[in-house]
Design a protein around this ligand. Structure first.
Ligand code: COA
Length: 157
């Protein structure tokens, strides 16, 4: 698949929001936060960066949002990644993740952190992070709600 990666432009905002809503594993509160992060990309003072994956017809296939963790030195959070559910397992998520890592490596050695949930809906995401060499560094039982743990992944870059 011929995929181009580029920073999110305001004109693509609605396409990203529509892609987030295509995923049935996201709770409404998670969708709200994801949209907040997307909008934060357009306010440079917030420090969020979003990259989008598009094909040659400008169709949006996925996005990744990340940024520096306040009060740290070269420590970053991956806030959100999603690929069009109809195009899963075609390598698009990996391309987005690698582009983020390439971008962050330019700032010198550092750490990338990812928070995710232990629930079944996030199993593809957990497998995906593990396949891409992110390691579990904390597991907080019942963090989000009873039966829904927070799993913290980290990769050194
Ligand atoms: C996580 C996600 C971004 C991965 O994107 P992708 O383009 O499908 O990933 P890639 O094709 O690059 O990588 C495929 C690997 O991801 C994992 N994976 C992806 N979908 C999976 C699924 N349905 N079941 C199990 N593992 C899956 C596997 O490790 C897979 O490797 P394999 O096919 O050799 O088993 C995508 O599944 C997604 O958008 N999920 C919903 C959104 C989400 O939960 N985001 C994380 C928020 S914390």
């Amino acid at each position: 698949m011929n995929i181009a990666i580029a920073p999110l432009l305001p004109a693509d905002r609605e396409k990203v929001v529509a892609l987030i809503k295509k995923h049935d594993n996201f709770l409404q509160c998670e969708i709200d936060i994801a949209v907040e992060v997307i909008d934060g990309t357009f306010k440079p003072e917030e420090g969020y960066r979003t990259l989008v994956a598009t094909d040659k017809r400008q169709q949006l296939h996925g996005f990744i949002s990340y940024g520096p963790i306040p009060l740290t030195e070269n420590r970053f959070d991956l806030y959100w990644i999603a690929v069009d559910p109809e195009l899963g397992r075609h390598g698009i998520g990996t391309i987005l993740l690698r582009e983020m890592e390439k971008d962050l490596r330019r700032e010198g050695p550092g750490h990338i952190y990812i928070d995710t949930s232990s629930t079944e809906g996030y199993l593809p995401a957990r497998r995906f992070y593990e396949k891409n060499d992110y390691q579990i560094v904390a597991h907080l039982k019942d963090f989000y709600r009873t039966g829904d743990d927070k799993i913290l992944y980290r990769k050194l870059i």
